[in-house]
Design a protein around this ligand. Structure first.
Ligand code: K1U
Ligand code: ZN
Length: 172
């Protein structure tokens, strides 16, 4: 089931999300819906607060080559346990801030620990778009958006555009 994606500004996108204590069938269904919603958007990642659920759950698939096999990942309670000193800059977008892009500098590589859908503990080092995306998604779980890395004027300009977009969508 495709779920509606919240658009900034929304108080649910500013909350620090609750850790997941137990992976219930309802959370399994939420993860499945989030992957479907992410692929439909289309996007390479999605965090639970973007669909209005303030729990520590993200999904990602940064395989961009349509010929390559997809690699959907479901991460409960993801934690960055190591970040590289090397930084990389990527022009980020966000499904909660449609059609707005800005360069954000982040660690080029990160090692992440999480709980998988089957309850097993996983650890992996991410680089490239995967590293950018996992950091962007974990920020969502801490109520942080990529525009929070920008200066106040640019952030305010984007926020005003999103308020206008929401007013227009509410009218139609
Ligand atoms: O969290 C989100 O809003 C999803 C976001 C993730 C992201 C993208 C780029 C850099 C960092 C994080 C997106 O998926 S935006 C859409 C996008 O980048 C994309 C869409 C289709 C193909 C490839 C990329
Ligand atoms: Zn986002």
């Amino acid at each position: 089931m495709i779920r509606p994606i919240l658009i900034h500004p929304d108080p649910r996108l500013k909350k620090v999300c609750e850790p997941v204590a137990e992976i219930t069938p309802e959370l399994g269904k939420l993860a499945e819906d989030m992957l479907e919603t992410m692929y439909d958007a289309p996007g390479v990642g999605l965090a639970a607060p973007q669909v209005g659920v303030t729990k520590r759950l993200i999904v990602m698939d940064c395989v961009k080559d349509p010929e390559a096999a997809p690699r959907p990942l479901v991460l409960f309670n993801p934690q960055i346990i190591w970040s590289s000193e090397d930084l990389s800059t990527y022009e980020e977008g966000c499904l909660s801030i449609p059609e707005q892009y800005a360069e954000v500098e982040r660690p080029a590589e990160v090692r992440v620990r999480w709980t998988a859908l089957d309850g097993s503990e996983q650890e992996e080092q991410f680089a490239g778009l995967w590293a950018t995306c996992v950091q962007h998604e974990i920020d969502h779980l801490d109520g942080k958006l990529f525009i929070d890395y920008l200066g106040p004027l640019k952030r305010q300009m984007i926020t005003r555009k999103m308020e206008k977009l929401k007013r227009e969508r509410a009218r139609s």
